[in-house]
Design a binder for this molecule. Structure first.
Ligand code: EPU
Length: 416
């Protein structure tokens, strides 16, 4: 199993190119299953989750060719609308095939995802929405089986603006008869890109990027090409590194998707130079403690909570970090404390007392963003840090050790 070894406290400088977004490419890939033709997706990051999605799509019958960041999907032979447990249990985003395959085949069988590393993560909103569109949903031996030969537009209101449930509903409703209104929908940039992609394929979606999305169903969609938006979470992770370790510039990045994060980093003492496609951060000489509450877009993303926490661990005071999206997403805390951080959890809030130095130690990843925070911890800490179970990081970060090495970090992957 690979580990990442870091000798910390090396200054960073230079440019790093941001990859295409994991959470944008996965639903775009699922959308290609709706059409009988060849779709090309560019700027596809080489991630374990992308490879898992390709495997799943091949089982479903799609022909997928992936090289040099370009994925070509031929959906003409798609004939097996089933997402098996073996894949869904390793990647919950497999659930994204539910809406598209139901729309195309009138029947789909997808393993019900179990809990994840930090909590139950239910799928009840997805199922409620598909039922509202007229699908009959049954649980058969751990699989959700959804059936309908006549999906019909409806008014759907989510209790919470779920990203995945909005995505699944959008895809199913695009080919339903009549109009669907999704109230309290997600407005994350990844959902905006999915809406725009579906429209380019012939769907009729309006209210894009707002809480009320309207979908006028169409009979069929046509294969189209798309370039994945930059990964705002990867970008945010590099910004937290720059905040502590040196002036760096993110290229091919979109600062409009990171307004809240950039404002928070300004509050910590960092300075920015922003241009159309790049973000330059100058570090804070003395990290100022700042409270943060995660929220849905355009709020501070839960996917940057762990990375923010490790930066706050080095602040010159006490701060609070509350996660309102996932109340239990704190598996990284005991590992960060192994590096000498002083963090306590009270319900869904972390109370972080800044320390003057972190000291390297062996630590263990538990999920994608927790691993990113441990890598940052290793870069900030004095001496050697060994991050174990790095397959979690490979699910969501493309060449992370190469990117940090190029910026001047002493970081390497070793296989054992
Ligand atoms: N929720 C329900 N019922 C549902 C769906 C969601 O109660 O049917 C709750 C969840 O338990 C959670 C909240 O609603 O408390 C938000 O969950 P959401 O459905 O928005 O999350 P998701 O679609 O499962 C995506 C990202 C996550 C990211 C969240 C929140 C993808 C593939 N995943 O998950 O990304 O944390 O949105 O922004 O897009 C990651 O990249 O590390 C990651 C976990």
């Amino acid at each position: 199993m690979d580990k990442i070894i870091i000798e910390g406290q090396k200054a960073l400088s230079g440019n790093v190119r941001i990859s295409g977004a994991k959470n944008a490419v996965l639903p775009l890939m699922a959308a290609t299953l709706m059409v009988n033709g060849k779709s090309r997706i560019t700027r596809v990051p080489d991630l374990r989750d992308v490879r898992t999605m390709i495997r799943l799509m091949e089982i479903i019958g799609a022909d997928c060719k992936y090289s040099n960041g370009t994925l070509v999907v031929d959906g003409s032979k798609v004939d097996n609308p089933v997402a098996p447990y073996e894949l869904v249990k390793t990647m919950r985003a497999s659930f994204y095939v539910l809406g598209p395959l139901l729309a195309r085949f009138g029947e789909v069988k997808v393993s019900l995802p179990g809990g994840c590393a930090w909590g139950p993560r239910p799928v009840d909103f997805h199922l409620m929405a598909l039922k509202k569109l007229g699908a009959k949903i049954e649980l058969e031996k751990g699989y959700i089986v959804a059936r309908s030969n006549n999906l019909t537009g409806s008014k759907i209101k989510f209790k919470y603006p779920s990203v995945g449930a909005t995505g699944n509903t959008l895809m199913a409703a695009s080919m339903a008869s009549g109009t669907t209104i999704i109230k309290n929908s997600s407005c994350e940039p990844e959902i905006v890109q999915l809406c725009e992609y579906l429209n380019s394929m012939g769907a009729s979606i309006s209210g894009i990027g707002t809480k009320d999305i309207i979908i006028d169903g169409v009979k069929g969609l046509t294969a189209r090409n798309v370039e994945v938006i930059p990964d705002r979470i990867e970008a945010g992770t590099f910004l937290m590194a720059g905040a502590v370790l040196g002036e760096i510039t993110l290229t091919d990045a979109n600062h409009f998707h990171l307004n809240e994060v950039i404002e928070a980093l300004r509050g910590v003492g960092c300075q920015f130079k922003l241009s159309e496609n790049s973000i330059k951060i100058s570090p804070s000489k003395n990290i100022i403690p700042k409270n943060v509450i995660t929220d849905v877009y355009p709020g501070f993303p839960t996917d940057l909570q762990a990375q923010w926490m490790v930066m706050m661990a080095l602040s010159n005071g006490t701060s609070e970090l509350t996660d309102t999206v996932y109340h239990d997403r704190f598996n990284h805390v005991p590992e960060l404390n192994r590096l000498g951080a002083d963090i306590k959890i009270e319900k869904n809030m972390a109370i972080i007392k800044g320390v003057s130095n972190l000291i390297g130690a062996p630590v263990m990843s538990t999920d994608i963003r927790a691993s990113a925070s441990l890598i940052l911890g290793g870069l900030f800490a004095e001496g050697l840090t060994e991050v174990n179970r790095v397959y979690h990081i490979d699910r969501g970060y493309e060449n992370i050790e190469e990117k940090f090495s190029k910026l001047g970090a002493n970081i390497q992957r070793v296989s054992s």
